[in-house]
Write a protein that binds this ligand. Structure first.
Ligand code: FAD
Ligand code: SF4
Length: 517
């Protein structure tokens, strides 16, 4: 049989697994070929959690199989193929030599580094590369740049309202927000009190067979020294599974999502959270479907407005907003370090081995599942790194490595910007800093801890509380121009010199104990 000619090589990256992408609009099954590769460097450029590697590879293999069933030609190189090159760029060059396409096409990558690699490979091959817009998102980077133009400070709220109006989400006929308010954030901060969460709905389970089983074995074998466990791997790897995850969330957890969005509880990794970020980020789910189903749950009386608005704000609001920030500020954003933080990331971030109960819980479940919810990321692991003064690039690389939903466009603004304030206020109007009392209020972690959140000095002082005062004292000059920090800085000024010296001494001890040997 004569070898088919390749007109166009259509690049599909590991987080572009949507069959309705612009890449397939005028795809000619006779002469166009889908190109995909499991380049090892994508799993090693940060020290990636085994579950994150397995999820990407399994979802890619399922996508390949489905496309082949649908009649597409797919050039796919698996990681266990001896011929595989290390990087995506090298693999693409090899595919170009093999298939001799006339041109290349791709949907814009989600990560600046990968986009550069693809453009460089096309350049080196002397082929035109058509870069198509990513229609998965509500807003384009250009739309965000337009929104940002002339604004001294960016704030989620304004962009979120623009998108609500433009897309008619939770909007009444008179263009007013459903329920009369744009934002029910104040009703999203409930705690479980002393009695705890009671019986929680179980998230759905997904069987690991076919490509998932193959990939779990491959990852266990090839990435044995990487962090995390595959024992509890239970993430959707196909659009069908992702839809089931969405439906079960809407049915069982969305009604209480709003009340307990910020709450934490020992040995309860998921609570009422959606567990949908990885499915959204790999594009197994379309955010429009997610938002529409959530809104329908409100309109039908199944879920209250504080839950539905709170959930939609995360997706139509934060998710779109952080993507805008990423593309507006890359490539320089990743090198920002507004507070000149230089401490290395403590080793226990990779093991969970610490006597601080909140951290051992948040990191422990991260290693077990590749998952922690937002407040664990922001107000436990993120908060501790911020106040300890960890180099924000190390913090960013950790978050990119350990979560199954981590893709740089969403992870970087959240970690380096929101959690570490390393962008000097682009993402957050002030640093998220707090004493251990915040964690005590939102969880039952402190009850099982050897430290006392009320104390800043002494043997049983909570390290969060010590580091909070030390953080404010150390960064007072940098933060004093920020009105929103005025009260917190005033409270530092009220402390007498001896107390501040004792806090500094204790903070130095903590830093010393967490420095590399
Ligand atoms: P839920 O809490 O149920 O929220 C619903 C959905 O809203 C999520 O699935 C997600 O798609 C979206 N969402 C919620 N908060 C945010 C946010 N701040 N930014 C963007 N989208 C949001 N999210 C990622 O998708 N990938 C990351 O790599 C990532 N890294 C983070 C790092 C730090 C330091 C912080 C503070 C947050 C990070 N987030 C990240 C945002 C958020 O924590 C996760 O989206 C969420 O915890 C995922 O769990 P879930 O699906 O159960 O979300
Ligand atoms: Fe965390 Fe401090 Fe509470 Fe212990 S006392 S769980 S270290 S906040």
């Amino acid at each position: 049989m004569a070898k088919q000619k390749t007109r166009r090589l259509a690049i599909v990256l590991g987080d572009q697994l949507n069959a309705d992408s612009a890449l397939f609009d005028d795809f000619d099954q006779q002469c166009d070929v889908i190109w995909m590769a499991e380049a090892p460097a994508e799993s090693t450029h940060v020290w990636t959690h085994k579950a994150r590697i397995a999820l990407f590879l399994s979802a890619m293999r399922h996508f390949r199989d489905q496309r082949q069933t649908d009649g597409y030609r797919v050039d796919y190189r698996q990681m266990d193929d001896d011929r595989i090159a290390e990087t995506l760029g090298e693999e693409l060059q090899a595919a170009v030599k093999r298939l001799k396409p006339e041109s290349l096409a791709m949907v814009h990558a989600g990560e600046w580094r990968v986009q550069q690699q693809m453009e460089q490979a096309a350049d080196d091959a002397g082929l035109p590369l058509e870069v198509l817009p990513d229609r998965h998102f509500y807003a384009t980077p250009e739309e965000f740049a337009e929104h940002a133009k002339g604004r001294k400070q960016l704030r989620l709220e304004y962009f979120y309202r623009e998108l609500r109006k433009k897309h008619g989400v939770l909007l009444e006929e008179d263009e007013e927000p459903t329920g009369g308010k744009w934002n029910y954030d104040a009703d999203n901060r409930g705690t479980f009190g002393k009695k705890g969460p009671g019986e929680l709905p179980e998230p759905p389970t997904f069987l690991s067979h076919g490509p998932t089983q193959e990939v779990l074995e491959l990852v266990e074998d090839r990435f044995a020294s990487h962090p995390g466990s595959l024992e509890n791997f239970n993430w959707p790897t196909t659009p069908g599974q992702a839809e089931r995850a969405l439906d079960e969330f809407i049915e069982h957890r969305l009604p209480s999502f709003g009340d307990y969005q910020d709450a934490l509880w020992t040995d309860q990794p998921f609570l009422y959270h959606a567990l949908l970020a990885s499915s959204l980020n790999l594009k197994l789910l379309n955010p429009r479907d997610v938002v529409a189903k959530a809104e329908q749950a409100y309109r039908s009386g199944h879920a209250p407005l504080n839950s539905v608005e709170g959930f939609i704000r995360q997706i139509l609001g934060w998710r779109e907003y952080v993507r805008g920030v990423y593309w507006l500020h890359m490539p320089g954003y990743v090198d920002r370090n507004a507070l000149q933080a230089r401490h290395p990331l403590p080793d226990f971030y990779w093991t969970g081995d610490t006597d601080m109960h909140c951290l051992s819980q948040a990191i422990g479940q991260t290693l077990e599942h590749g998952y922690a919810h937002h407040i664990q990321r922001l107000m436990v692991t993120g908060l501790f790194a911020l106040m300890l003064g960890v180099d924000p690039k190390e913090v960013h690389e950790w978050y990119l490595a350990v979560y199954v939903d981590a893709v740089e466009w969403v992870e970087l603004p959240n970690s380096l910007g929101m959690a570490q304030y390393a962008d000097g206020g682009v993402m957050a109007s002030k640093p998220y800093c707090a004493t251990g009392k915040y964690i005590q209020r939102m969880s039952n972690y402190c009850g099982g801890c050897r430290y006392n959140p009320a104390k800043a000095t002494g043997e049983d002082a909570c390290p969060f509380t010590t580091l909070y005062w030390d953080f404010l004292a150390r960064n007072a000059d940098e933060l004093k121009g920020n009105n929103r920090m005025a009260l917190q800085l005033k409270n530092v000024e009220r402390k007498d010199a001896d107390e501040l010296a004792a806090i500094r001494e204790r903070a130095d001890e903590i830093r010393g104990a967490l420095a590399p040997a």
